[in-house]
Design a protein around this ligand. Structure first.
Ligand code: SAH
Length: 208
């Protein structure tokens, strides 16, 4: 491990990313390949960074915490809404059976696809589309991760979560304080737990 990656891991751990499986994957996925080349020197700072289409690659500690809260295992089928750069997608793909990822900006889809292919990640199905509707064709999902904030959990996503399944998503309006929420689907009802305050781009309808 280079000193830079070692410092990156130490910082993630200090911020609460303590699951060894998650840390191991984050030490191996090259974040510099998911940012613009001119920002590659900042790839291991714990910061969100601008990507194409006026979007952002999420802050590494938030990616780590969301992944950790999902509690993944290698048999699981995961839906990711808002794949953006594909960085979170690559991490999920290493920890589960298959990732179904949706992104509403076509340019980002093309870039993320190329990055995942160059890393030989083949258990991701990435499509261009509005993820707030979920992906009924492949539902239900063991886990759902949403990387853009809605005012309430979208009903189609709740419907497409398996019983016993977990969804992690930011809730709140753009610009105001948002909360990262963990939703667990029981046999009869959904349980909601607030995790931490966060700041995400908004979940928008339609695709571009
Ligand atoms: N985890 C990603 C986060 C990207 S930011 C990364 O680290 O790169 C959130 C992404 O959600 C943006 O790319 C945005 O275009 C996308 N998004 C917003 N609303 C969406 C929707 N309804 N369906 C699919 N993607 C959406």
């Amino acid at each position: 491990m280079t000193p830079e990656i070692e410092a990156f891991m130490g910082g993630l751990h200090d911020d609460g990313v303590t699951d060894p499986k998650v840390l191991d994957v984050m030490a191996r996925v090259p974040r510099e390949q998911f940012v613009e080349p001119q920002l590659a020197h900042r790839a291991y700072d714990n910061l969100p960074l601008p990507i194409a289409c006026e979007q952002t690659i999420s802050q590494p500690s938030i990616v780590g915490l969301m992944t950790q809260e999902l509690g993944l295992d290698s048999r699981m089928k995961v839906l990711e809404v808002g794949a953006g750069s594909g960085y979170q997608t690559a991490i999920l793909a290493s920890l589960c059976r298959r990732v179904y990822a949706l992104e509403r900006h076509e340019t980002l889809v093309e870039q993320a696809r190329a990055r995942l292919a160059s890393l030989d990640i083949s258990n991701v199905i990435l499509a261009h589309g509005d993820g707030s509707e979920g992906w009924p064709l492949h539902a239900p999902f063991d886990r759902i991760l949403v990387a853009a904030a809605a005012e309430d959990p979208p009903q189609p996503l709740l419907d497409q979560l398996k019983v016993g399944g977990v969804m992690i998503l930011p809730i709140g309006e753009e610009g105001s304080l948002q909360q990262l929420i963990k939703v667990t689907r029981g046999v009869k009802e959904f349980t909601y737990v607030e995790l931490i305050p966060v700041r995400f781009v908004p979940l928008l309808n339609g695709s571009q």
